[in-house]
Design a protein around this ligand. Sequence first.
Ligand code: LMR
Length: 348
Amino acid sequence: MNCSRFGAIVVKLKHIKYSNVSGLRLFSSTGKHAKVAVLGANGSIGQPLSLLLKMNPLVEELALYDVVHPQGVAADLGHVPTSCDKVTAFGPGEIMGALKDAKIVLCAAGSPRKAGVTREEQFKLNSKVVKELAKSCAVMNPGAIYCIVTNPINSTVPLFCEIFKSAGVLNEAKILGISNLDAMRAGAYIAKEKGWQTSDINCPVVGGHSGSTIIPIISQCKPDPQLSDEQVKLITHEIREAGAEIVAAKKGSGTVALSIAWSAHHFVDALLRAVVSGEKGVVECAYVKSVAVPECKYFSNPIELGVDGVSKNLGLPQLNAYEKYLLTKCIPSLNQHIRAGEESAAQR
Ligand code: LMR
């Protein structure tokens, strides 16, 4: 750690409370830090995610793993002046170096969705990548907390868990699918509708992260936007289609990257505060082993984060009649995605 030259700024920032503009806090007031690894660091999500992590004051070492030139990303980030001075790069055959001693590992490797490609088709491509990475992780650092960003998380999280189970090292509290992008989008669409600030809105989104498995719980949004049934239906549709819309708007020039990176970093920042700083009452939505919905093995809903990942699954918020209806529609699709993940783990 080398932040002495920023001492005055550290003192000034000491009393600032954590907020959802977490990417802007550059210096730690706790003095405790962790090694964080990014798998797939040279990808379209991996790169902005690595930049945000480099800016996080609770990250002591940022380890970048990719099969394609992670050294370039590390060199690029090396010129960014933040309190995290240690950025290391690991290429093919070197994943051990990235995983060793990492407290938190983000899996962002794989192919992003292209126009016209469904999440199910994307899983065919990404399952091989995630499976190989999960095998390495299970052997080399089974104790880390794993945040799965690689889509489709409805299937990649069950796949990752199954690989850990086969290796006899599964701790479901430590494998979390990053699904808070949907809550972030709910905030954005509600803000647009109401003319509010996005940062003031907290709307839980439960279920999974794909089409009809995404269930915005607008009835529990804080503050209450008091939307009509039509507005709720429209916003639900917009949240579900947001990814495809961005992919289409980029017209083949790219895919969803910045908002996923932001949401993943927001989640990891919350996790770091719980793991490294010991902060209590840190709540985020994540796709994890299901507690609230017994029909599904995995489900996304608010969880409390602690030193070992999920410290408490807070279950489902109260649902109104429309949200209950969405839940009944979500369950069969989500189960299909979960089965696809589990079957893929079982294939040789
Ligand atoms: C999203 O929802 O934006 C991501 O899951 C990326 C995608 O492919 O849609």
